[in-house]
Design a protein around this ligand. Structure first.
Ligand code: SAM
Ligand code: DTB
Ligand code: SF4
Length: 342
């Protein structure tokens, strides 16, 4: 089969397609590496400054004790991961952390809570946090689990820019990883977020034991949503002791990861693709290839939610050597906790 050329394969005037099929994604993925990278790079340069990588910062505002059974997650109460659950963080601490993140070069601040869905009382507090962080001049993102349309509308009114809610994996692999909420539940929440006028951040995880076809199936699922998510986080599973994914996990071959990023760039040419969790396992060279393939966002800070991220100095050095237009401040201490899981 002739591999589909993304620029000539029936794209709408916007350049965005929502009718990708698996075979097309697989054909792109199987292209000779140079040809795949050329297509991805061409689209990347058409749509983005290739020398810019977005820097986002992450804070767990409510950690652990989550009733969902996501088989990869340190925060699920179904597994003994040794994590201590916390209450919702107070607004002053959140805003002070966001301020430090801004000073350290983050343009977006993402607040995450280990909930199945927020209670309305909790949402009041999160809305206040969103408004306050927005007041610092940062882009805001929250990830709170499933939302009702009314809750999404309230977050929009509070000034929320992005809502993160991942599909996590392919429809076929989904049930092996999560049983307490369905993929359809997640797609419903994404629709409520979109309908409320909030931008969507939606991606998933690789390295849980899924096949290459599952990774591509996840990208096709994302690309065929009614609108492409504005942000697509690609998480490499960050190892957590005590969760079921340990039994199946297999870190993808690095070249396979680059190919996947390139396919994401081609399927969703105007979306920001975030090299999200798991950068701690990647060499500088692998990250550089991922940026060339079209990744253009990272989380900065030494800790993600409960697991480690590369140290600030390492990221600053990498971006500097690549000539990437980062505002990372080498002199600023990490704004995140130093108690990441080993
Ligand atoms: N509880 C909310 C939810 O699941 O929608 C928000 C927080 S949850 C931690 C956000 C996303 O982080 C998950 O959907 C998953 O894709 C990712 N994630 C969680 N644990 C991870 C891990 N150990 N490694 C990589 N990604 C992970
Ligand atoms: C996403 O896709 N990745 C971020 C964000 N959304 C909230 C979370 C990564 C979590 C990594 C595991 C941890 O630190 O607990
Ligand atoms: Fe809960 Fe989110 Fe972790 Fe799933 S990924 S267990 S919903 S915190």
């Amino acid at each position: 089969m002739t591999p589909p050329l993304a620029s000539t394969n029936g794209q709408a005037a916007t350049g965005l397609r929502h009718d990708w099929d698996r075979a097309e994604a697989e054909a792109l993925y199987a292209l000779p590496f140079a040809d795949l990278m050329f297509q991805a790079q061409s689209l990347h340069r058409t749509n983005f400054d290739p020398n810019h990588v977005e820097t986002a910062s992450l804070l767990s505002i409510k950690t652990g004790g989550c009733p969902e059974d996501c088989g990869y997650c340190s925060q699920s109460s179904h597994y003994d991961t040794g994590l201590k659950a916390t209450k919702l963080m107070d607004q002053a601490t959140v805003v002070a952390t966001a301020q430090r993140a801004k000073e350290a070069g983050a343009s977006r601040f993402c607040m995450a809570a280990a909930w199945r869905n927020p209670k309305d009382r909790d949402l009041d507090q999160v809305c206040d946090m969103v408004s306050a962080v927005k007041g610092l001049g940062m882009e805001t993102c929250v990830t709170l689990g499933m939302l009702t349309p009314a809750q999404a509308a309230r977050l929009h009114d509070a000034g929320l820019d992005f809502y993160n809610h991942n599909v996590d994996t392919s429809p076929e692999f989904y049930d092996k990883i999560i049983t307490t909420r369905t993929l359809e539940d997640r797609i419903d929440t994404l629709a409520h977020v979109r309908d409320a006028g909030i931008k969507v951040c939606c991606g998933g995880i690789v390295g849980m034991g899924e096949r290459v076809e599952d990774r591509l199936g996840m990208m096709v699922l994302l690309a065929n949503l009614p609108s492409h998510p504005e942000s697509v986080p690609v998480n490499l599973w960050n190892e957590v002791k005590g969760v079921p994914v340990n039994d199946t996990a297999e870190r993808p071959d690095p070249i396979a990861l680059v190919r996947l990023i390139a396919v994401a760039r081609i399927l969703m040419p105007k979306s920001v693709v975030r090299l999200s969790a798991g950068r701690q396992y990647m060499t500088d060279e692998l990250q550089a290839l991922c940026f060339l393939a079209g990744a253009n966002s990272i989380f900065i800070g030494d800790v993600l939610l409960t697991t480690k991220n590369p140290q600030r100095d390492r990221d600053a050095s990498l971006l500097e050597r690549l000539g990437i237009n980062s505002q990372l401040d080498h002199t600023t201490h990490s704004h995140l906790r130093a108690d990441a899981a080993e």
